[in-house]
Design a protein. Sequence first.
Length: 277
Amino acid sequence: MENNQHLQKVREEWKEIAGSDWYMSYRTDDVINKIIQEPASAFHWRTWDVIQSAFPDLRGRKILVPSSGDNRAVFAFAALDANVVSCDLSEKQIQYAREIADKHNLKIQFMVQDTMTLPDIPSDTFDLVYTSEGVHVWINLLDEMYKNIARVLKKDGVYINYEIHPFSRPFAYDDGKPKGKEIVIQKDYDMTGPFDDGITYHWRLQDILNAICDSGLTICRIEEMHDEKDKGHFWFYEEERKTMPPEEIEGWYDIKKNPLSGLPQWFTVYCTKKGTI
């Protein structure tokens, strides 16, 4: 599939799902107010540690969040007085985020952009580029994405991600949950896509890391993390947690009851741009 066709199909998909109940649950006043009051709560604590190690104070820093999706990270950065640009291919995602920013007086620049090209984003501009979970699954040209992330960073700028760990991809799940105690392999780890929908990909760790290296960015640190027991959302949605008894929640993080919990569910990469790329 040509890239333009791929992008159009992704846009059409997001017209359908941007306003879904699942996404709207992340846009409630309670959710947004918590992010504004506790910006670190928008991140896995180990990802937040990585961000803080790079920028102990984010005030005035220029930050780009491409494929910004639900924009929770964007709202957190804005609450910390960073100068944030939020980009997404989906006009509806940007529209919802702009309405929230206006309501809560958050100063954010919103742009409809393809993450693989970032055509209207100037080079050598940002202190930090951050991508959150669920970005790579929509990307068909990893090398182009990382080449342009490197392009828009300043010298000594930083790229940090938070993403679903590729090790979780081969296993069979039923509505987001593993199928019983048995580990069921539904596909080979090397099957990266595109899959039946024609637009999604399951990149391996080597694909992502090699694309980063080929872009000229320098990998400084990698973290592999498990889902957070106190507020995790890998095994079940956050809304489900409210009706689940504590012992059921504990069960999802017990390796004997849920063997897949022994694998990392997330990873974070911290990279820098050294010299001229």
